[in-house]
Design a protein around this ligand. Structure first.
Ligand code: MF3
Ligand code: CO
Ligand code: CO
Length: 311
């Protein structure tokens, strides 16, 4: 087992030029616009939209698995981006993060997010080299059209660089328990309950281990819009966020837990969120469909084995 000789704080690297997407692939409306359009449609999907979601989510999960296989010491995060980009584009999907508008900062420049060690989320792939004992979260979203309906499927997982033996025990446990917290939160999303049950379950589990639970970034409704109206907190937000969970809703659950602080600060790039105390942090994400029988993971790869396991 590795001892805790963890690398010094990360610094922003060099970001390579934007990758191209062939013109025949349908683009989300927000690409090269100052902001994404606000979603004004409903949150309950019809059968055709759910069918389209299944395809987009399976593809996103397959892409995540492909990128996960490429994670190794010596690989740069921009090499991971290239794997994810090519995987989606070769299968007719647009990588949803590519050109996603920022709030006052330039649009996100890459086809997936890579968040290493103390990066909470939204890390930009660059020439940073992964080292033995690092952890890296890969967050990838596919925008795919099926029978005229184009929708997003969003998923992420945290990978151990160099395998289980390379990563210190406290970090390995954090990753494992973040995976478990995500699945517990999802399992709580039963129709008829209120949406804030998800975060309550996650917070309770995280607190057991003294982990930080980052409140600033939430899960979200997803479908034809990347981020639709519903907000899914990962902490106990009651009495707020009391929307009743209904069959046909699709949203993400994507908690970020840390070995220390629950607060983040932003790098000057306007995207990269790091823990204020430099503590390491993990995340998992699924796009979930609520059925009358309960929640269903949509972001399951074709082989049935998502990186974080099944419900
Ligand atoms: N995939 C992220 C999520 O889970 C969003 C990334 S937006 C980006 O919501 F612009 F940072 F890429
Ligand atoms: Co998401
Ligand atoms: Co995501």
């Amino acid at each position: 087992m590795a001892t805790t000789t963890q690398r010094p704080p990360l610094r922003p690297g060099r970001v390579s030029p934007r990758r191209s997407v062939p013109p025949h692939i349908r683009r989300p409306e927000y690409v090269d616009r100052p902001r994404a359009a606000r979603w004004t449609g409903g949150e309950v999907k019809d059968a055709a939209t759910v069918a389209a979601m299944r395809r987009a989510c399976t593809l996103a999960a397959d892409a995540l698995q492909a990128v996960g296989r490429a994670v190794a010491p010596g690989v740069t995060t921009e090499e991971l981006d290239a794997v994810g980009h090519d995987y989606l584009v070769e299968r007719g999907a647009y990588p949803s993060t590519l050109g996603y508008p920022g709030h006052g900062s330039p649009a996100f420049p890459k086809s997936l997010c890579t968040s290493v060690n103390e990066v909470v989320c939204h890390g930009i792939p660059d020439d940073t080299v992964l080292l033995d004992g690092d952890i890296v979260n890969v967050d990838i979203t596919a925008y795919l059209e099926t029978d005229g309906i184009a929708v997003h499927g969003d998923t992420n997982a945290t990978f151990l660089v160099g395998g289980e033996d390379a990563v210190s025990e406290d970090v390995r446990l954090l990753v494992e328990r973040t995976r478990e917290a995500t699945l517990r939160g999802i399992r709580a999303a039963q129709p008829g309950r209120r949406l804030n049950v998800v975060g309550r379950v996650i917070e309770k589990y995280a607190t057991r281990f003294g982990y930080g639970d980052v409140a600033a970034f939430t899960g979200h409704g997803i479908g034809e819009a990347f981020h639709s109206g519903i907000v899914v907190p990962h902490y106990d937000a009651a009495p707020e966020h009391d929307t009743v969970i209904e069959p046909g809703m699709t949203f993400t659950v994507e908690p970020m837990l840390t070995l220390g602080a629950s607060e983040h600060r932003m790098w000057d790039d306007g995207w990269t969120a790091v823990t204020v105390d430099g503590s390491w942090t993990a995340q998992f994400e699924h796009t979930v469909l609520v059925t009358e029988h309960g929640p269903e993971l949509l972001t399951v790869p074709s082989d049935g084995n998502p990186p974080g396991g099944l419900l």
